[in-house]
Write a protein that binds this ligand. Structure first.
Ligand code: MG
Length: 363
């Protein structure tokens, strides 16, 4: 909108509607050193976003685990390029996100931080949480897994004990040399069903199938990304032979990836940080379902902001891995919460969050 300088009143109503985007970097402190096939870490950087419009505030988040290639600096650099003055109000989510997507390739977490804040804002404008606008039952959700990273037997036992009584399914990170020992160590503590994430760690299809068959005998109910992300032929044959469902994680990022994975994986793991947020997650979910595929919702280590956004979209899915905010010691939002092993959205409008710490958003 261009308003000639000499006719624009100083406190025009015309300006009151403009969206104002601001952000703040934040460092998540992990309760345990987190290890998956390849590396480990004790913190995760994030950038929290806020979009203000008409007296309302919408919150968003970009979570930046190092292996995804985005940093706080790259997110902030991206956010500085975002100019929303051309859009009349936040409800034009599709148009705004098409523009945001066009600013640069990749930067999916930065884009998600805007998408989530827009959804929060629009939900607040309408006065409803998104699960209601999607027509979903917020309680009709799968149990969330609680992730046990690759670690010493003692830490694995300790983390497993920590999960008892709170979770109904555990997620085990495998793909190393000690896969069976990880499972056996957990089995010393509990008989809970297990989901397994190999993070591309298995190189040989026949060995992978043998491992899956052994794991199934030991209560494993699904496998995530068993083999390298581009090895689709072998993954397709593994999926065909596997008695338990095989989900794509690293093999998939966005909506455009879903179709080519039909017949390769049993289902897809949708993550807001990889798919640019809720608007695309919703489409991926619906496309996968239409293609006869299973769907799960995953996450990074992130605050209750991004987890609460995921909690709006995932009712009705097959599996959930939404423990991200439960793995950190300094969550700065309150929103979706763990109830009887499930992450349940709050009844607040938008994504259902409120900050529980002083956060100094700026530009
Ligand atoms: Mg995974």
């Amino acid at each position: 909108m261009i308003i000639p300088k000499n006719t624009a009143p100083k406190k025009s109503k015309l300006f009151s509607g403009n969206m104002k985007l601001s952000w703040t970097p934040y460092e998540l402190e992990l309760n345990h050193r987190f290890a998956i096939s390849g590396f480990s870490r004790t913190t995760t950087p994030v950038v929290l976003t806020k979009i203000e419009y008409d007296g309302l505030e919408g919150y968003g988040e970009a979570s930046l685990p190092p292996y995804l290639g985005e940093t706080q600096a790259s997110v902030i650099e991206f956010l500085k390029k975002v100019d929303m003055t051309a859009f009349p109000d936040p409800s034009h989510i599709e148009e705004i996100m098409a523009y945001v997507d066009s600013i640069a390739i990749n930067n999916t977490a930065a884009k998600a931080s805007i998408d989530i804040a827009l959804h929060d804002l629009v939900g607040k404008m309408i006065g409803a949480p998104w699960y209601k606008m999607y027509g979903l039952d917020k309680t009709a959700v799968p149990d969330t897994t609680f992730t046990i990273g690759i670690d010493s037997d003692e830490v694995v036992r300790e983390k497993t004990r920590e999960a008892l009584g709170r979770f109904n399914i555990l997620k085990v990170k495998v793909g190393g040399k000690d896969d069976k020992r990880m499972i056996e160590t957990i089995r010393e503590v509990t008989d809970l069903p297990l989901a397994v994430d190999a993070n591309q760690g298995w190189a040989d299809r026949h060995e992978a199938l043998d491992m899956i068959l052994w794991m199934r005998e030991n209560g494993v109910v699904m496998v995530e990304q068993p083999m390298p992300k581009s090895d689709l032929d072998n993954i397709a044959r593994l999926t065909e032979a596997s008695p338990i469902p095989i989900f794509a994680d690293e093999s998939l990022q966005r909506l455009s990836d879903v179709d080519r994975l039909r017949g390769v994986f049993s289902g897809i793991n949708i993550k807001l940080m990889k798919c640019t947020g809720m608007h695309e997650a919703w489409k991926m979910r619906n496309l996968a379902r239409a293609l006869g595929m299973k769907v799960m919702m995953g996450c990074m280590t992130e605050t209750s902001c991004a987890i609460s956004a995921a909690a709006q979209v995932y009712p009705g899915m097959d599996f959930a891995d939404l423990d991200g905010a439960l793995l950190i010691g300094n969550d700065c939002f309150e929103g979706a919460a763990l109830e009887n092993g499930k992450i349940i959205a709050s009844d607040r409008p938008g994504i259902g969050v409120k900050p529980v710490k002083e956060l100094s958003f700026g530009r």
